[in-house]
Ligand binder design. Sequence first.
Ligand code: FEO
Length: 433
Amino acid sequence: MAKSLRNGVIPEAAADMSEYRLQYGIPSSSIVSWQEVEMHFPLCNGVEWVGFVDWTIRDFHSYNTEQGTTYNAYLVLDQQNALIDTVKAPYAQDLLRNIAEVTALDAVDWVVCNHAEPDHAGALPEIMAALPNATLVCNEKCRQVLARYFDTSRWKVRIVAAGETLSLGERTLEFVPTPLAHWPESMFTYLPQEKILFSMDAFGQHFASPQRFDDESCLAAALIEAKTYYANILTPYGVPAAKALAAAAKLDIGMIAPSHGVIWRKHLPRILEAYQDWSSGIPRRKVVVLYDSMWDSTAHMAQAVHEGALCAGAEVQLMHLRQSTLTRIATEVFDAAAVAFGSATLNAWMMPMAGAALAYLQGLKPSKKAAVAFGSYGWSRGGPEAVHEALEGLKWELVGPPIKSQYRPTQENLEQCRAAGAQLAALALAAGR
Ligand code: FEO
């Protein structure tokens, strides 16, 4: 395999990886030197990873990518050669350099676009211009989206429908539509001779690492990032994700090669089982207590809710909204059966970060939660009532009116909070897995 400095980890990212190793127990010996990052890497004989590792990205359209990400592209070599997906626009030249390490640019016959989102299709204009003999392969919906983003008038395009195949010689590509997992045009490409599923966003993780395979990386880290990815990207599309999973189940799969993160080969049952769980919509027996406070009154109430839920035997996560990120908050809420959401009153309304979290959740639409609002106020109503209304908007099952305390919570207020925590815990224990 060829190595490169250009994809290398800068010291800041290297420090993050050290922290990650400590956090998740990855032995340092399993991390290669930061100078040694592949330009291409074989999945098997004649199938190469040629993507880009984006070590330093920390914001992916508001998703907090604490561990960076990768844009995975793959080259399938045969009598005809096919590139599966591309990369984000700024890294087009890196992709071309990686392809050129494997084969001549004029020997690429096909460029398959599984998904038109610009993190995978953004480089297409440069790639199509640099591959003189390449024909783009995509479905009709994808062609329409790409034509909105780019001038596609000079591209040779082959439209493929569900179940259609493309022979490369000894090997064949099969196309499996997976609409709305993640966009309407999303599809899988399957290589039956090698049992590889190129799954675009599905089964992916925003996880930059020097390793390409799950069994070379820390499994816990890969699964955590896969769950974070599902929670923040695929939560609104649980039904399409379940359909994509059912489509994958019909195939004889030995390896899943997603568009982000590590490639699944040893731990396929773990990631498939995880997707089964996540797309089922059945929550864990977990209560999440989210809050933001001004002068600690709402913080005391949150601690009382937390105490009540813990004593009732549920798994409980206590999170200060301003000490966390929207990405982490959504991930914890995603598989919780119950949520207590607290805010102090600021200018007769909820705290800004409470508003941001609720707006983010409104878009993601995590369902089937029991919930309660709580918080403090001074001389005017505002915070807890606004949270209560927003929770109603999420169509969560509210267990009662907002719990409010004026200036400082009284013992009676704190007892109400403990009782609400216990009630949410009981519902979580009954509903969760
Ligand atoms: Fe990784 Fe939906 O793009």
